[in-house]
Write a protein that binds this ligand. Structure first.
Ligand code: ATP
Ligand code: ZN
Length: 299
């Protein structure tokens, strides 16, 4: 592999993943200056530069060594990995981290007025998709023979145009399917944005930079769902209050000056935490409950 002293990350130039990808990098403390042609961003704080490209180009840029990392949908990465395996017998790409945004699924959608009775309902049909490898793998695993019609966009209108009977496309809310009189029948892949990379390690200064980026990404991801809960409780109610806290809560109990009957609690909680959970803690005897967002965490 070529050596380089700066990491190069491919991110989507404009589209569903661009803003969240750039925000995530900013949350990791990386700042960039954009070039005049808006295709390249020079890293001002770290030896990390960005290349702004179409999302479909990202796996190829990494495979060719032009970029070291990429923020791309698992759907695109998996499709191109399968394509490389089919053409060359192997793929040196992997997803290093799931990033928690860009959620969608690759699903087969069939006409609303048709009964769907499992994969055999697809036998002999024409299925329009931009994901022929993922669809091909699903059909092969199910032992079904169908005709794959490869389209690069506007897949959802193929049944109305008469170019296909069924589609295999990305779905998030499902509104597009309903508008086209289709229903989601099988999910082939759950997707979200991932950090893609080659499977080989760097032998130069890019490796410590990647390690730093991964540590910071993990820190950002860890606090996404993390809250700091502050409250008071009487010593008598302490056991009950602690029992009402989420099982994975990390709690510190402190004395309250001038009131020996009371304690102050500070609890780091992760995972879904809403009104119902908060009310249960109050019912257990806690008072003055405060829920604060957590910005950063170093474990
Ligand atoms: P580009 O011009 O970069 O090729 P694009 O039109 O292929 O853009 P977008 O529509 O911006 O790409 O989608 C990028 C990624 O966002 C998808 O590959 C997928 O991982 C994710 N995504 C999330 N929700 C949806 C959705 N409802 N439809 C399509 N993609 C979605
Ligand atoms: Zn694209």
């Amino acid at each position: 592999m070529k050596t380089r002293d700066r990491l190069r990350i491919a991110v989507q130039k404009s589209g569903r993943l661009s803003e969240s990808s750039q925000t995530l990098l900013a949350q990791c403390g990386l700042k960039f200056r954009q070039s005049r042609d808006k295709l390249f961003c020079f890293g001002e704080t770290h030896p990390v530069d960005l290349l702004l490209v179409r999302d479909d180009d990202i796996p190829g840029l990494i495979a060719d060594g032009v970029c070291d990392l990429g923020f791309v949908g698992r759907n695109v990465l998996e499709e191109q990995r399968l394509d490389q395996i089919a053409n060359k017998g192997e793929s040196a790409l992997q997803a290093l981290r799931s990033l928690g945004y860009g959620s969608c699924r690759l699903s087969i959608a069939t006409p609303q007025d048709e009964e769907f009775e499992g994969p055999q309902s697809l036998a002999g049909r024409r299925i329009a998709t931009s994901y022929p490898r993922l669809l091909g793998r699903y059909l092969a695993d199910a032992g079904v023979t169908a005709q794959i019609v490869v389209l690069s966009g506007s897949v959802e209108i193929a049944p109305r145009l008469g170019t296909a009977d069924v589609i295999c496309d990305l779905v998030s809310s499902g509104a597009t399917l309903i508008a086209n009189q289709l229903k989601e029948s099988v999910t082939l892949l759950e997707s979200e944005a991932v950090l893609a990379a080659a499977t080989t390690e760097f032998l130069d200064t890019r490796q410590p930079m990647l390690d730093l980026l991964l540590r910071r990404l993990d820190g950002v991801m860890a606090v996404r769902e993390t809250r700091l809960l502050m409250m008071r409780a009487s010593r008598l109610a302490l056991a009950k209050v602690r029992g009402a806290l989420p099982i994975n809560a990390f709690t510190t109990v402190m004395a309250v000056q001038d009131d020996e009957s009371q304690v102050a609690l500070q609890s780091v909680i992760s995972g879904a935490f809403g009104w119902a959970e908060l009310e249960a803690i109050q019912a257990a005897g806690a008072t003055q409950l405060l829920v604060l967002p957590v910005e950063r965490m170093l474990a």
